[in-house]
Write a protein that binds this ligand. Sequence first.
Ligand code: SF4
Length: 245
Amino acid sequence: MGRGVIRLKITYESWSDPSTDFIVDDEYKGALNLLGWAFEMYGEELVYACSFGIEGIVLIDLISKVKPNAKVVFLDTGLHFQETYDLIASVRKKYPLLKVEMKKPEISLKEQAEKYGEKLWETKPDRCCQIRKVLPLQEILSQATAWISGLRREQSPTRQSTNFINKDENFCSVKVCPLIHWTWNDIWNYVEKNQLQYNPLHDQGYPSIGCQPCTLPGDMLTGSRAGRWADKEKTECGLHQAKNQ
Ligand code: SF4
């Protein structure tokens, strides 16, 4: 996409489908142009919800090229691997201007256990995700017009129709997805070429890293989300379950 092609501000309320205006024939498969456009369009009203997985590391590096002081939010469920928290500390050092917010749920793990029983992620994972991820993100997005997500079409059948700019029915927002055309190999090539630090759990066979109780090693060759909620039918945490995944 040539920057400036879409001049009207696209919001959830004034939605009109802009995806046909984008081209992907540059080395970033459209990602950098899209990010440039999005920060120009939304400024401080654009937030990146980052899980600090491998796509997140790539996106943060791309974002730093167009908006070094972008807002990044991490949904801190209190259940992440120590490696993830360590990585966030390193990212903060490498990109000191980035505004990283650790967004916590309204209730602590102790309060959750008292109210719903121990290990809610085993008994009712949807409710656990709702409390610890969906509601906190809802609160963040109530203050924003658009958000950035690292979804890639290749990741799962439910993500194949994701566009660069999506009407997000889940959060009544606009979801900007710069990496939709990137393959698993593209992601790793970028990481290697730019010598980016990443979560060491990837080297232990985890393609997708979420909360510790719900993440097992998966298929590192394809980067599939196998390994998340591995023994359950659940495949999404609720952040991307709208019609427009
Ligand atoms: Fe709870 Fe698991 Fe969802 Fe994390 S991923 S919020 S532990 S159900």
